[in-house]
Design a protein around this ligand. Structure first.
Ligand SMILES: [Zn+2]
Length: 146
């Protein structure tokens, strides 16, 4: 099991490498975070949480994650993620990567939330906007992303 400090460290290292190697994606992600396009939905009373990023074209995308063998894995419901991450081609012309800017935006926001919880310096602007919903609306919520 990873604790909060270990997760924070992994996210920071990952974000630094994205900023270096995929600067355009990093900038798009910071822009989404700055413009409050990152939302965290909390369902009550179960406490289930979902992260949603509002894209530039006003469509919303669901960004999920899970932990596999000590690594945090992310997936997004947008076409760019599906194309880049799921594609089975070996063509070198297509730049494969297992993230999109929505995923990076969520990570930026999540990292600041984690820093806040850990009592470290964080950027208020990058925190997600919180939306609370009742558990019985969960099905309809998820249908938005199918
Ligand atoms: Zn995406």
């Amino acid at each position: 099991m990873l604790d909060k400090k270990q997760i924070r460290m992994k996210l920071e290292i990952f974000l630094n490498s994205v900023e270096r190697e995929f600067t355009d994606i990093y900038i798009a992600a910071v822009d989404a975070a700055k413009n409050k396009r990152i939302k965290k939905y909390i369902f009550k009373p179960s406490g289930k949480t979902f992260w949603v990023v509002l894209g530039k074209e006003k469509k919303e995308y669901l960004v999920t994650n899970w932990i596999n063998k000590g690594n945090v894995i992310y997936a997004c419901s947008c076409p760019d993620y599906l194309f880049r991450a799921m594609l089975k081609t070996k063509s070198k012309k297509i730049n494969r990567r297992n993230f999109c800017y929505h995923i990076i935006a969520r990570i930026i926001s999540e990292l600041n939330e984690l820093k806040k919880e850990l009592g470290e310096d964080f950027n208020e602007r990058f925190l997600p906007t919180i939306h609370e919903l009742k558990d019985d609306s969960l099905k309809d919520f998820l249908k938005r992303f199918i």
